[in-house]
Design a protein around this ligand. Structure first.
Ligand SMILES: N[C@@H](CCC(=O)N[C@@H](CS)C(=O)NCC(=O)O)C(=O)O
Length: 131
């Protein structure tokens, strides 16, 4: 019977505002993800950095001095409003939370220690000059 507990009159499936429209935080998370993916795909070298970080400074100096003519993008996460969302997305994508977080030719390389080790073993040049 209508109105009985088996046939409630009020609709049971109503879309809540949160499911139809992303919140400001969700939009920031999506923008951070897009920025990371575009930065990686549009540059041979992508360095996610923090301006005060000594490991970042070393990696940036090594890569920019060795490859001055290679398209390189450096994002300083501590100077960006969506910096922590970028760091969260990088952690999810790479398993690495620390900066610098470096990609060469769309491949995740790691941090400063990894880049220095690649340089010392002579493998950095071929990685950068691949493709
Ligand atoms: N072994 C790492 C060390 C990197 C590291 O410790 N970075 C610090 C900043 S100097 C970090 O990411 N700390 C956590 C954070 O800033 O959220 C490397 O060679 O990249």
């Amino acid at each position: 019977m209508l109105g009985s507990p088996l046939f409630p009159l009020s609709p049971v499936t109503t879309a809540s505002p949160s499911s139809s429209r992303p919140s400001a935080h969700q939009r920031k998370v999506m923008a951070a993800k897009d920025l990371v993916e575009n930065t990686i795909s549009e540059n041979k070298i992508a360095i996610f950095s923090k301006s005060y970080c000594p490991y970042c400074r070393r990696a940036k100096a090594l890569l920019t001095s060795k490859f001055p003519n290679v398209s390189t993008k450096i994002l300083e996460l501590d100077e960006m409003s969506e910096g922590s969302e970028i760091q969260d997305y990088l952690a999810e994508k790479t398993g690495q939370r620390t900066v610098p977080n470096i990609f060469i030719n769309q491949k995740h390389v790691g941090g400063c220690d990894a880049v220095v080790a690649l340089d010392n073993s002579g493998k950095l040049n071929s990685l950068v000059n691949a493709e």
